[in-house]
Design a protein around this ligand. Sequence first.
Ligand code: CTP
Length: 437
Amino acid sequence: MTQDRQDRQSQDQRQSPGRSSRKRAEPRRIVVAVSAGIAAYKVPELVRELTRAGHAVRCVLTPRATHFVSPLVLETLTGHPASSSLFGTATPGSSDTTAAEIDHIALADWAELVIVAPATADLLARMTAGMADDLVTAVLLATRAPVLVAPAMNVNMWEHPATRANLETLRARGVRTVGPDAGELACGWEGQGRMSEPVAIAAAASLALGSDSLSGEVVLVTAGGTREPIDAVRSLTNRSSGRMGFAVAAEAARRGATVVLVAGATALPTPPGVRRVDVGSALEMRDAVLAELPDATLVVKAAAVADFRPANPQDRKIKKESLAEGGGIQLELVPNPDILAEVCRLTKEQGSHRVIVGFAAESHDVIESARRKIARKGCHLLVANDVSRSDAGFDVDTNAVHFVSPDGEVEDLPLLSKDEVAAHLLDRVAKIRDGLR
Ligand code: CTP
């Protein structure tokens, strides 16, 4: 049986019989190529992230990488040999060199994506030169699949003009990169050179793979802040840029979904393949969401909806001269409807299998507040972010979120780009969907 058929069969066996008439997405085939850096100790966690996302994984190592991570661990996690040799398998006692000799071509052809993690300065140099003197470089030279590298090295090696030039060449050839992060390095130096966290590499892998995992789904996304009118020219709004919701809409479209994006206040361009409905106030957003809801199979509510609106917005501009000399104005605010809670209630009443995701902007007690919020709203997943951080939440390109489930279980994600958070989120959504239908 081919590796491909084995993967599909084992995936089929994991489905509970009679539970779902929907065909699950095929596992994607990923080769993880490990080079000899201390960060190799994170590779088992990366393999677990990838298999948890439903991918089929094979590992290959450079001979020296076996000093940093045990092939046996990788074999156990993947259920397949983790070889480090072009000539003869790394399995002790094996003398079958013929099988191993064709392995690099078979693996290179099998892969839909090759991830190099960690990618040392030496390996990047050998990739750039097109060398094929060990199993890892041979697979990399022979594959036609996209390649994602996760560099990890000493900061001076990272900043060396040779490494810079190598990366430039590799990127020009279409090789993607994730990281490295900055921080304390194993060599004792501080700076850029730490391999990205496994969860970030897995999210970048999802982006690199693309997929049709959401084909047939109609995804309704809300994004941006609402604008609550005070008078003809003024409004109450918030700092939301809409980037997180736009990233979710873009990624859902890349995964083959029909996407409707209900957008509040934002300056962002519409992502390709997405139908956009612009709204201003929370009441307008509610109307637009309820109009689109009947067709929606997945809902992601990333919008920052104002909880209150001015009770008596004025049609005309409020003029200072209409106020008493030096006097202020009192704004009376009334509560806005909770759109997410309403969507959850309607979905439940309809007995629908629609998957609903909410976001939570919290400035303190992030997890506990999010747990209470998901119980109150009734959605399938809550993405909680700490908006008090300067590198996460409002108006930045990165986000550090926690996925909170209805049973209170929490998955913490490290600081990721909003595109990576979107990829990770939609992996989770697809799994929730598979569990419901
Ligand atoms: N939300 C909504 N309608 C509202 C308020 C919020 O649909 N009137 C949605 C948001 O789009 C988000 C989730 O509810 O998905 C949580 O929003 P958040 O502002 O964090 O929470 P609130 O419900 O407003 O509660 P609080 O302000 O007390 O934290």
